[in-house]
Design a protein. Structure first.
Length: 188
């Protein structure tokens, strides 16, 4: 909890708006609903199989579902940790460029490789750099495919995904291949 408060203070100090912080919190809400609804269903099913308590447990589960499920401390701690991880990642990626992250990881990897009996060539840094650059590329490609689909008066639905996914996949594979060749030529 202390770490969460420190992260909130740091985000406010770095001029993150409350809207940006709540946007980081939105995936946790969906995950929490999934966890708590699964707990509710599991409790209800276990009550069903112990037939003598079925009606009593069903009544209690329906009436006190939120209260009973939110008392589960393990789930709450898990959600708190997940939020702290997402907030930390948000802090890193919103305050640093991909080049700064690559150089920082390269410095750390170089220092670690000095002490370990392995080659001194930084390999992890290059893979991480490609990964960091590839994520926005994937979102950009998907958004371009969707815009092209809607520009041609396409409608959102299963037909859209069936038509766009092969194009999206082939464009992504081509860009990944080109990026891998560029890295191989630079290292060469």
């Amino acid at each position: 909890m202390l770490f969460l408060i420190l992260q909130f203070i740091l985000c406010c100090y770095l001029h993150f708006t409350l809207k940006e912080q709540l946007k980081d919190f939105s995936p946790i809400i969906f995950y929490a609903v999934l966890l708590y609804s699964t707990g509710f269903i599991a409790r209800w099913i276990s009550a069903y199989f112990s037939s003598e308590e079925f009606y009593r447990q069903m009544y209690l589960s329906v009436k006190y579902a939120a209260a009973v499920n939110f008392k589960n401390a393990e789930t709450a701690v898990l959600l708190l940790k997940l939020f702290c991880i997402i907030q930390s990642a948000s802090l890193v990626f919103r305050t640093s460029t991909s080049l700064q992250i690559r150089e920082g990881v390269g410095t750390i990897e170089g220092a670690v490789r000095k002490f370990l009996p392995i080659s001194k060539k930084n390999k992890f840094t290059n893979m991480l750099s490609l990964f960091i650059c590839f994520i926005p590329m994937v979102f950009k490609n998907w958004n371009q495919c969707k815009r092209a689909w809607f520009a041609r008066k396409g409608r959102s639905g299963i037909k859209m995904y069936a038509a766009l996914f092969p194009v999206f996949f082939s464009v992504g594979i081509k860009q990944a291949y080109n990026a891998a060749r560029a890295v191989a030529v630079r290292e060469g």
